[in-house]
Design a protein around this ligand. Sequence first.
Ligand SMILES: [Zn+2]
Length: 155
Amino acid sequence: MVSAAEARAVVAEIPDPEIPVLTIADLGILREVTIEDGEHLVVTITPTYSGCPAMDLIRSEIAGRLGERGVEDAEVRTVLSPAWTTDWMSEEGRRKLREYGIAPPGATTEDTLGVACPRCGSSNVREISRFGATSCQAQYACQACLEPFDHFKRH
Ligand SMILES: [Zn+2]
Protein backbone atom coordinates (compact mmCIF):
# COMPACT_ATOMS: atom_id res chain seq x y z
CA MET A 1 0.00 0.00 0.00
CA VAL A 2 1.49 3.33 -1.04
CA SER A 3 0.78 6.46 0.97
CA ALA A 4 -1.09 9.42 -0.49
CA ALA A 5 2.18 11.38 -0.54
CA GLU A 6 3.99 8.60 -2.44
CA ALA A 7 1.14 8.31 -4.93
CA ARG A 8 1.14 12.08 -5.39
CA ALA A 9 4.88 12.08 -6.11
CA VAL A 10 4.31 9.43 -8.80
CA VAL A 11 1.46 11.15 -10.62
CA ALA A 12 2.88 14.67 -10.16
CA GLU A 13 5.58 13.84 -12.72
CA ILE A 14 3.14 13.10 -15.54
CA PRO A 15 3.78 15.54 -18.40
CA ASP A 16 0.96 17.56 -19.92
CA PRO A 17 0.23 16.05 -23.38
CA GLU A 18 -0.01 19.49 -25.00
CA ILE A 19 2.97 21.17 -23.33
CA PRO A 20 5.29 18.34 -22.27
CA VAL A 21 7.74 20.65 -20.45
CA LEU A 22 5.03 21.10 -17.84
CA THR A 23 3.77 18.40 -15.52
CA ILE A 24 0.13 18.15 -14.53
CA ALA A 25 1.24 19.35 -11.09
CA ASP A 26 2.94 22.44 -12.61
CA LEU A 27 -0.26 23.28 -14.45
CA GLY A 28 -2.46 22.82 -11.40
CA ILE A 29 -4.48 20.05 -13.10
CA LEU A 30 -3.53 17.71 -10.24
CA ARG A 31 -5.64 18.89 -7.30
CA GLU A 32 -5.16 16.29 -4.61
CA VAL A 33 -4.38 12.70 -3.84
CA THR A 34 -6.21 11.18 -0.91
CA ILE A 35 -6.90 7.79 0.60
CA GLU A 36 -10.53 7.19 1.52
CA ASP A 37 -11.73 4.55 3.97
CA GLY A 38 -8.11 3.66 4.68
CA GLU A 39 -7.56 1.91 1.33
CA HIS A 40 -9.24 3.62 -1.61
CA LEU A 41 -6.82 5.89 -3.48
CA VAL A 42 -8.47 8.89 -5.14
CA VAL A 43 -6.65 11.24 -7.52
CA THR A 44 -8.59 14.45 -8.12
CA ILE A 45 -7.95 16.38 -11.33
CA THR A 46 -9.46 19.48 -12.90
CA PRO A 47 -9.23 19.90 -16.68
CA THR A 48 -7.81 23.04 -18.24
CA TYR A 49 -10.04 25.06 -20.50
CA SER A 50 -8.59 23.86 -23.79
CA GLY A 51 -11.32 21.33 -24.49
CA CYS A 52 -8.96 18.63 -23.42
CA PRO A 53 -8.99 15.38 -25.30
CA ALA A 54 -5.75 15.40 -23.31
CA MET A 55 -7.67 14.53 -20.16
CA ASP A 56 -8.26 10.96 -21.36
CA LEU A 57 -4.54 10.56 -21.88
CA ILE A 58 -3.84 12.00 -18.45
CA ARG A 59 -6.36 9.66 -16.81
CA SER A 60 -4.86 6.56 -18.40
CA GLU A 61 -1.36 7.79 -17.58
CA ILE A 62 -2.36 8.16 -13.90
CA ALA A 63 -3.87 4.67 -13.82
CA GLY A 64 -0.84 3.24 -15.62
CA ARG A 65 1.79 4.78 -13.35
CA LEU A 66 -0.07 3.87 -10.18
CA GLY A 67 -0.58 0.35 -11.54
CA GLU A 68 3.20 0.02 -11.88
CA ARG A 69 3.39 0.77 -8.14
CA GLY A 70 0.87 -1.96 -7.37
CA VAL A 71 -2.17 0.30 -7.02
CA GLU A 72 -4.76 -1.37 -9.23
CA ASP A 73 -7.97 0.25 -8.13
CA ALA A 74 -7.13 3.94 -8.01
CA GLU A 75 -10.02 6.23 -8.83
CA VAL A 76 -9.42 9.29 -10.99
CA ARG A 77 -12.02 11.85 -10.04
CA THR A 78 -12.62 14.82 -12.32
CA VAL A 79 -13.78 17.96 -10.55
CA LEU A 80 -15.04 20.83 -12.71
CA SER A 81 -15.78 23.31 -9.96
CA PRO A 82 -14.04 25.49 -9.05
CA ALA A 83 -12.92 25.82 -12.66
CA TRP A 84 -9.24 25.65 -13.50
CA THR A 85 -7.45 28.95 -13.89
CA THR A 86 -3.91 29.86 -14.87
CA ASP A 87 -3.52 31.14 -11.28
CA TRP A 88 -3.07 27.49 -10.34
CA MET A 89 0.08 27.22 -12.41
CA SER A 90 3.09 26.93 -10.12
CA GLU A 91 6.03 29.36 -10.10
CA GLU A 92 8.12 26.42 -11.22
CA GLY A 93 5.73 25.91 -14.13
CA ARG A 94 5.97 29.58 -15.14
CA ARG A 95 9.75 29.39 -15.07
CA LYS A 96 9.76 26.21 -17.22
CA LEU A 97 7.44 27.85 -19.75
CA ARG A 98 9.71 30.89 -20.04
CA GLU A 99 12.76 28.65 -20.55
CA TYR A 100 10.81 26.76 -23.21
CA GLY A 101 10.21 30.06 -25.05
CA ILE A 102 6.58 30.57 -24.07
CA ALA A 103 5.61 33.74 -22.19
CA PRO A 104 3.74 32.53 -19.08
CA PRO A 105 0.33 33.88 -18.08
CA GLY A 106 0.38 36.93 -15.84
CA ALA A 107 0.26 36.14 -12.16
CA THR A 108 -2.26 38.90 -11.49
CA THR A 109 -4.96 40.65 -13.49
CA GLU A 110 -2.76 43.73 -13.80
CA ASP A 111 -0.15 41.58 -15.51
CA THR A 112 -2.52 40.61 -18.32
CA LEU A 113 -1.22 43.32 -20.61
CA GLY A 114 2.34 42.88 -19.42
CA VAL A 115 3.37 40.12 -21.83
CA ALA A 116 7.16 40.01 -21.97
CA CYS A 117 9.37 38.35 -24.56
CA PRO A 118 10.64 35.07 -23.01
CA ARG A 119 13.94 35.47 -24.86
CA CYS A 120 15.02 39.05 -24.17
CA GLY A 121 12.48 40.17 -21.56
CA SER A 122 11.29 43.16 -23.62
CA SER A 123 7.70 44.24 -23.13
CA ASN A 124 7.74 45.83 -26.57
CA VAL A 125 5.69 43.01 -28.07
CA ARG A 126 2.83 42.73 -30.52
CA GLU A 127 0.07 40.13 -30.80
CA ILE A 128 0.11 38.42 -34.20
CA SER A 129 -2.65 35.88 -33.71
CA ARG A 130 -5.02 35.14 -30.87
CA PHE A 131 -4.36 31.43 -31.34
CA GLY A 132 -0.96 29.79 -31.19
CA ALA A 133 0.19 26.18 -31.14
CA THR A 134 -2.70 25.28 -28.86
CA SER A 135 -5.95 27.08 -28.12
CA CYS A 136 -4.59 28.25 -24.77
CA GLN A 137 -1.78 30.16 -26.46
CA ALA A 138 -1.54 33.31 -28.55
CA GLN A 139 1.19 34.20 -31.01
CA TYR A 140 3.29 37.26 -30.37
CA ALA A 141 6.29 38.89 -31.97
CA CYS A 142 8.96 40.76 -30.04
CA GLN A 143 9.76 44.16 -31.53
CA ALA A 144 13.12 44.26 -29.75
CA CYS A 145 14.74 40.96 -30.77
CA LEU A 146 12.28 40.32 -33.62
CA GLU A 147 11.60 36.76 -32.46
CA PRO A 148 8.08 35.34 -32.59
CA PHE A 149 6.90 33.51 -29.47
CA ASP A 150 3.83 31.97 -27.93
CA HIS A 151 2.08 33.41 -24.89
CA PHE A 152 0.14 31.13 -22.56
CA LYS A 153 -3.02 33.18 -22.13
CA ARG A 154 -4.29 34.07 -18.70
CA HIS A 155 -7.55 32.32 -17.93
ZN1 LIG B 1 12.65 39.63 -27.49
